[in-house]
Design a protein around this ligand. Structure first.
Ligand code: UFG
Length: 343
């Protein structure tokens, strides 16, 4: 198939592009590299050859997007491009409304013009906000009640897709979409071709690995008095390669009229302490870890009920051992201690 990937130079978009190329699909990638990395595109260009077409294009360039969709006769659009830092979204909400919501309006208008009929959207566990204790594990029917502008922006995009699907149904225009609600995405391509490089970095596992590398003197656990077995927060860490696999599977089953929504996680959680212990085991470095105050807005325990995606798509995470996830990231971080080179 011919797949247009927005955010193809980013962490998840680049890993999904790699998987698509490996499966023999054509990948048309658009990115403005405001958060992504041109070097990731360079790696993909070597692997994909003439089946890989990267464009320097912004989400807001509706006409140009429509032209790219039309000229490549795109079968499926995978929409990864978004800002994804919860803290930043609280400090700069308009940035999130502009890039994530208005950016998606632009993508959908381009689809409308070009007649693209299938979309796979990167949604987030953050759309659920802070579910009550009796709603853990989180299933797809858990009420969506985001608590920050990032989560709200992803929920708004899901709603826009739903509205568009409804309008097309009434107009007899074939259209389908899937919203994949990611839990905590982690790990890197196990062959070390692609990596994870956010600037600044806020995610737990990369921070552990930066500390192990000596790029940071020490790290902190944000809160040790949560009502969890070891007092630290529990999250569901899904490997980025398994996440890419979920995209490929759902793309393959979308039929006109389909509206699919799935949680993508491993279905169990690891605590912050468990992730740190894993990072120390994998790296062999006993780095310094301080105990600090809770980070505002962190719910104690979040993990997915993944029975729906297993039942309907036959997808389940192949990597459920946290050491294996950390190991795959460590290989890339060790070989790229300064992240992706510029340019
Ligand atoms: N943590 C620490 N120390 C650190 C960094 C994180 O203790 O230095 C803790 C956090 O407090 C949290 C856990 O590690 O309890 C995981 O934190 P992350 O920032 O790695 O992940 P979150 O669960 O907060 O959120 C992540 C992404 C978001 C995304 C969300 C769901 O950061 O971008 O998953 O999709 F929205």
């Amino acid at each position: 198939m011919r797949v247009l990937v927005t955010g193809g130079a980013g962490y998840i978009g680049s890993h999904a592009s790699l998987r698509l190329l490996q499966d023999g699909h054509d990948v048309i990638s658009i990115d403005n590299v405001s958060r992504g990395h041109a070097q990731a595109e360079a790696v993909l260009a070597k692997i994909g050859g003439d089946r890989y077409s990267p464009y320097r294009c912004d989400l807001h360039e509706t006409e140009r997007l429509a032209e790219i969709l039309t000229s490549h006769d795109i079968d499926v659009l995978m929409h990864f491009a978004a800002f994804a830092e919860v803290g930043e979204s609280v400090d700069h909400p308009l940035r999130y409304h502009h890039n994530n919501i208005a950016g998606t309006v632009s993508v959908l208008r381009a689809i409308d013009q070009a007649g693209t009929s299938r979309v796979v959207f990167s949604s987030s566990r953050s759309t659920y906000g802070e579910p009550a204790e009796d709603q853990i594990p989180i299933n797809e029917d858990t009420p969506q009640s985001p608590i920050n502008p990032y989560g709200a922006s992803k929920l708004q995009c899901e709603r826009m897709l739903r509205d568009l699907a409804e309008a097309y149904r009434r107009a007899d225009r074939p259209f389908s979409y899937a919203a994949l609600r990611y839990f905590n995405v982690a790990g890197c391509d196990r062959q070390t071709r692609l990596g994870e490089d956010h600037r600044p970095e806020s995610h737990l596992i990369p921070i552990c690995l930066h500390t192990a590398l000596g790029k940071r003197e020490k790290m902190a656990i944000f809160g040790t008095d949560y009502p969890t077995p070891d007092g630290t927060c529990i999250r569901d860490y899904v490997h980025v390669e398994d996440l890419a696999d979920a995209h490929v599977r759902v793309m393959g089953v979308l039929e006109p009229g389909d509206e699919r929504r799935y949680n993508v996680g491993i279905g169990k959680g690891f605590s912050v302490r468990e992730c740190i212990e894993s990072s120390k085991r994998v790296t062999g470095v006993d780095f310094q870890v301080d105990e600090a105050e809770r980070r505002p807005g962190d719910p104690p325990e979040l993990y997915a009920d993944v029975s729906k995606i297993k039942r309907e798509l036959g997808w389940e995470a192949s990597i459920t051992d946290i050491d294996e996830t950390v190991e795959s990231a460590w290989k890339w971080f060790k070989s790229h201690p300064d992240g992706w080179p510029e340019g």
